[in-house]
Ligand binder design. Structure first.
Ligand code: CTP
Length: 404
């Protein structure tokens, strides 16, 4: 990031205070920050604090004769290698999506021809509001990159998605975009996610309770670190992450084919809850009830084990790092350790899916990472946080092994 310039637009939200740390991190990484503050941002952090940390002047006003004489707003919008909006409030997102230009921040966002990265932060209801969803979709269609928000406790006392991504995460996303030097930049990673549906006939299928939330979060976290991610997903209810390439499949056999088509890759994470069995000879027409009350016999056959197949590919074809999941209800670590050996993968993330943990289909996960070096239990955390930690560990492992 040496010498690269970030135009940092600070929006008016409580997360604005985290920008002070972000500025420090960007400068520590060798970058230069030109700070812009909205009027509301000034209610949360002082221009003096921002200017002191950036060691640059802070721009706040659109119609400022001194600013226009020194550097016009059009020029200001173009001097940077990346425009970063943090925190991106609901209002700033709406203005940008709608093409408004009634203050310096929104005008710069309209006038710039530089890539834009936003770090949204707002109350969870505001984040989930239909207007914000629409604005987010529009911004992404317009090519705006998005980091976060994360799940967690919020300043307003509520819990959920809406917390701004941490400064370290934003820095990694900036580095990945500016100089392609995110920790997994240039690495291809396949992630499987969600349940599979195994058809019985055209209207019925066998499925499971996986929501796909953990797989989606992992795909997003790896993308945020700069990886080229292919997410192969079954019919999951979780929203698809923006950024990764998404391949939609239904059954385990289709998932197997899609994963094989996505190879080669440097790493693969198998978070999907793949059905172990499929119905042999699924009917092409709807099976009718038998007058005599006899149930139709369902003959089952074993599905291909995608994780095992990929983990046991010959060297050269096998991804350098293969990560599986183990959904267990008893003897979690012992079963996961045995599963790691049986499947031939490098790591297993074991989670206790006993009823009562609320993990299957819930927002949180409690995992134990089983590697060749033993087992390591992580604190229970939102699935987005587990994903961030895992992505970080994958980045470190690929760097340690010198995987190109
Ligand atoms: N998996 C897969 N393909 C399958 C079945 C499982 O890729 N046909 C992957 C899952 O994505 C997960 C891991 O294998 O990463 C563990 O799956 P699990 O169903 O728990 O393992 P099984 O070998 O089926 O063992 P169990 O007897 O515990 O069900």
């Amino acid at each position: 990031m040496q010498g690269k310039r970030v135009l940092l637009i600070i929006g008016g939200g409580i997360a604005a205070y985290k920008c002070l740390e972000l500025i420090r991190l960007i400068r520590k990484a060798g970058g230069v920050v030109t700070p812009v503050m909205t009027r509301a941002a000034g209610e949360f952090v002082t221009p003096l604090a921002v200017a002191s940390l950036a060691a640059e002047r802070v721009y706040t006003e659109l119609f400022d004769l001194t600013d226009e004489a020194e550097m016009g707003h059009i020029q200001l919008s173009r001097i940077a290698d990346l425009v970063v909006v943090a925190p991106a409030t609901a209002d700033l997102m709406a203005k940008t999506a709608g093409g408004h230009a009634d203050d310096l921040a929104s005008t710069l966002l309209m006038a710039t021809d530089t890539p834009v990265l936003i770090a949204p932060a707002m109350n969870v209801r505001m984040w989930e509001h239909a207007a914000t969803r629409r604005n987010l979709a529009t911004l992404m269609e317009d090519g705006v990159a998005v980091i976060g928000p994360n799940d967690g406790d919020m300043a307003c006392g509520e819990y959920g998605p809406g917390r701004m991504a941490e400064p370290e995460e934003i820095l990694a996303a900036i580095a990945a975009r500016i100089s392609g030097d995110g920790p997994v930049a240039g690495k291809r990673v396949i992630v499987t996610s969600g349940p599979t549906h195994e058809p019985i006939d055209p209207v019925r299928y066998i499925a499971n309770r996986s929501s796909g939330a953990q797989g989606s979060a992992i795909a997003k976290a790896l993308h945020d670190l700069g990886a080229e991610v292919v997410m192969v997903t079954g019919p999951a209810t979780a929203p698809r992450p923006q950024g990764p390439q998404i391949v939609e499949v239904e059954s385990a056999s289709e998932m197997m084919e899609a994963v094989q088509a996505a190879l080669p890759a440097q790493a693969a994470v198998f978070a999907a809850a793949v059905a172990d069995w499929r119905v042999v000879g699924a009917s092409d027409s709807k099976i009718k009830k038998d007058e005599s009350g006899k149930c139709p016999p369902l003959e089952m056959a074993e599905n291909p084990d995608i994780l095992k197949t990929v983990a046991q590919l010959p060297p050269g074809k096998r991804p350098a790092l293969v990560v599986g999941f183990a959904a267990e209800t008893d003897d979690v670590v012992a079963n996961a350790t045995a599963k790691r050996a049986r499947k031939g993968c490098d790591w297993i993330l074991a989670n206790d899916v006993s009823p009562g943990t609320g993990i299957m289909g819930g927002a949180e996960n409690a995992v134990t990472l089983v590697t060749a070096d033993g087992a390591e239990t992580w604190p229970r955390a939102p699935k987005t946080e587990v994903a961030r930690l895992l992505a970080q560990r994958i980045a470190e492992a690929l760097a340690d092994e010198g995987v190109a």
